[in-house]
Design a protein around this ligand. Structure first.
Ligand SMILES: Cc1cc2nc3c(=O)[nH]c(=O)nc-3n(C[C@H](O)[C@H](O)[C@H](O)COP(=O)(O)O)c2cc1C
Ligand SMILES: CC(C)CC(=O)C(=O)O
Length: 377
């Protein structure tokens, strides 16, 4: 019965140093990355006994779409570096969960191919970075709509790429033959003269993670006023903000008509020193006031972590690195094994706490260490 940690070790043995570092590490001192995992341990599970739970249902609804499980897949860039089947393997692996996969803008499989060759039972959302060159973003959105993506996930914690020290030391580049498949031309985001200079130096991918190259093309001047009305002018898809950590921003997301937010600190890869994602969840749920769907990612490594996030108010829980570990270890089968293990562990936690459905998983199922037990529990 291998668990996520076993796949992590296997993945490390399969990957090059640079690929492993890109997937596994975070920014600066990686405090937030470590904290993401550690913080879960503060929330202890409180079982209710003798509740006669014979059947468990993990069914839920995500933007109106009926999912068999609250386990979904976070957007992770460059999955073919982990396994040649990359994003296709990930997408096929989630078929029986009827849940949701978010595809990264920096996918190494074209967004159309992921849906065409994926599985018909899942909901696909497209993750977006907005570029200074807006027509490039508008074209990506148009393609995502035509292909059948059901929502846009705008990542709002990455106006610049975090200081990823290992990637800088490794001079990290996406290794050939893999390419950022959503861009027909790798350097579409560059100006014509920059492109000519690149081409003169031979066909190569820029070091996409450096702020001097692609990161710099992201629109760092984005504001609530400049990006949401623009997005709405080019799409009717629901908009979800990924990277919300405060009550105030959750309330603004409501005001600006967003359909959802993902509580996330980008797996500790962006601003180091921010609070653990799980510690921000209850605050964001308050800010959302039931007006939009609140999802969660960051540091989920076992079913009990999924349970904790649900108890703190998440409607769905997105899995990041563990999917990459499964993919690197054994392609589609590896991702399936990861999802099955997390699902079984979640069901065990539900059975043993006395929760038959996801709506039974409430705040009173947890006790936060260091805090008095509230009198109503
Ligand atoms: C290798 C890697 C690539 C990522 N690429 C993206 C991306 O392209 N877009 C995005 O919004 N988030 C990206 N993320 C962040 C994830 O969506 C997610 O927030 C994070 O992985 C959650 O933390 P965890 O993996 O430790 O659970 C990436 C994360 C990793 C590890
Ligand atoms: C190309 C990167 C900005 C993708 C990303 O979001 C990440 O590596 O965390």
């Amino acid at each position: 019965m291998p668990v996520v940690g076993d796949y992590e070790r296997l993945a490390q043995s399969h990957l090059s140093r640079a690929a492993w570092d890109y997937y596994a590490t975070g920014s600066n001192d990686m405090e937030s990355l470590r904290d993401n995992l550690r913080a879960f341990r503060k929330y202890l599970l409180r079982p209710r006994i003798l509740k006669g739970i014979s059947r468990i249902s993990t069914e839920t609804h995500l933007l109106g779409y009926r999912a068999q499980s609250p386990l979904c897949i976070s957007p992770s860039a460059m999955q073919r570096m982990a396994h040649p089947d990359g994003e296709l393997a990930t997408s096929r692996a989630m078929a029986q969960f009827h849940s949701c996969m978010v595809l990264s803008t920096y996918s190494t499989t074209a967004l159309e191919e992921v849906i065409d060759q994926g599985n018909p039972h899942s909901s696909y959302w497209f993750q977006l970075y907005l570029y200074q060159n807006r027509p490039v973003s508008a074209e990506l959105i148009r393609r995502a709509e035509v292909a059948g993506y059901r929502a846009l996930v705008l990542t709002v914690d990455t106006p610049m790429v975090g200081r990823r020290l290992a990637d800088a030391r490794n001079h990290f580049k996406l290794p050939p033959p893999w390419r950022l498949a959503n861009f027909p031309d790798d350097f579409q985001i560059l100006t014509a003269s920059e492109r000519a200079a690149r081409e003169a130096n031979g066909p190569q991918l820029a070091d996409h993670l450096s702020n001097e190259s692609l990161g710099n093309r992201s629109d760092t001047s984005l504001t609530w006023q400049s990006c949401l009305p623009w997005l709405r002018s080019v799409t009717r898809l629901p908009i979800i903000l990924k990277g919300v950590l405060t009550r105030a921003d959750a309330a603004l997301a409501v005001q600006h008509g967003c359909a959802g937010v993902i509580v996330s600190n980008h797996g500790g890869r962006q601003l180091d020193g921010v609070q653990a994602s799980i510690d921000a969840l209850a605050e964001v749920v308050k800010g959302a006031q039931g007006q939009l769907e609140v999802y969660f990612d960051g540091g989920v490594r076992c079913g009990a972590d999924v349970f904790r996030a649900l108890a703190l108010g998440a409607r769905a829980v997105f899995i990041g690195r563990p999917v990459l570990w499964g993919l690197a270890a054994n392609g589609q089968k590896g991702v399936e094994a990861i999802l099955h293990e997390l699902q079984s562990e979640l069901e065990d936690a539900m059975r043993l706490t006395g929760c038959a459905t996801l709506t039974d998983i409430q705040a009173q199922c947890l006790y936060r260490t260091g805090y008095p037990i509230p009198s109503q529990l």
